[in-house]
Design a protein around this ligand. Structure first.
Ligand SMILES: CC(C)(COP(=O)(O)OP(=O)(O)OC[C@H]1O[C@@H](n2cnc3c(N)ncnc32)[C@H](O)[C@@H]1OP(=O)(O)O)[C@@H](O)C(=O)NCCC(=O)NCCS
Length: 219
């Protein structure tokens, strides 16, 4: 539980105001724009077509095998198609995908190091799923934990969603840790067939409710 208290710093009022200002100042945008969300370790920003090469380079087998139906190898064309679908899905508010930038990235702080997404947004029932990956050379620095914290906060505080879920393979201990550190709890475990891997695997559903999060964080 004290882990969640430590995360309080990511949800301070300044972050919220930043998000709100970005959303509110766009009166009639020609195209909806995602806000830039600032954390301590990472910034989240809109994906650009210029990210396609980095996405394809970072999408190694060890990442694709943990994701649902992401092919490997993942070439630049796959990445371009993905980025275009992200823009379409944001306009219809089916999904929101953020590029993750790492503030300590010596190569280039603006460079994408991973992606965090809200998928299957169900505005009627105020629910969505969270998904994420981080390039292998950046693992173990807390980037996924903070990115998920920021996106859950965005979902609850800006999109007004009430519940965020995540589906994770039972063998994916690092991802389970990321979810647990964000206060998400196990709801159910199912066995499902994955067409890409051709194997059945155990999948665990995690979830968190807005009310629970707000109680813990005492906004
Ligand atoms: C899962 C993933 C996103 C984690 O990214 P990351 O930036 O390294 O994550 P963090 O550094 O924020 O946290 C990882 C946590 O898992 C722990 N961890 C890592 N490997 C582990 C293992 N084999 N067993 C148990 N815990 C493990 C770390 O110690 C850390 O926990 P801690 O902070 O309590 O020490 C990254 O490994 C990844 O992209 N994997 C492939 C794609 C994927 O699995 N996406 C999620 C699909 S549900």
């Amino acid at each position: 539980m004290c882990r969640i208290d430590q995360k309080k710093v990511y949800f301070d009022k300044a972050v919220l105001q930043y998000i709100t200002v970005n959303i509110m100042t766009e009166e009639k945008p020609s195209r909806l724009k995602l806000p830039k969300i600032k954390g301590l370790l990472v910034d989240l920003r809109e994906l650009s077509i210029n990210d396609a090469v980095d996405i394809s380079r970072l999408m190694t087998y060890n990442i694709s095998k943990s994701l649902w139906q992401v092919p490997y190898p993942y070439n630049v064309e796959n990445a371009v198609n993905f980025i275009n679908s992200c823009h379409r899905n944001f306009e219809s508010l089916k999904a929101v995908n953020f590029a993750i930038q790492y503030k300590n990235n010596l190569g280039d702080v603006n460079r994408l190091v991973g992606i965090v997404s809200l998928k299957n947004i169900d505005s009627d029932n105020k629910k969505a799923n969270v998904g994420y990956w981080i390039g292998e050379q950046y693992w173990g620095n807390g980037l996924a934990t903070e990115s998920v914290a920021l996106v859950i906060n965005y979902a609850f505080s800006v999109l007004g969603l009430e519940e965020i879920s995540a589906y994770v393979y039972s063998e994916n201990k690092a991802s389970i840790r990321v979810l647990e550190r964000n206060g998400m709890t196990k709801k159910e475990e199912v066995n499902e067939y994955n067409q890409i891997s051709g194997r059945s695997k155990n999948i665990i559903k995690f979830a968190i409710q807005r009310r629970y999060k707000m109680d813990k964080l005492k906004f």
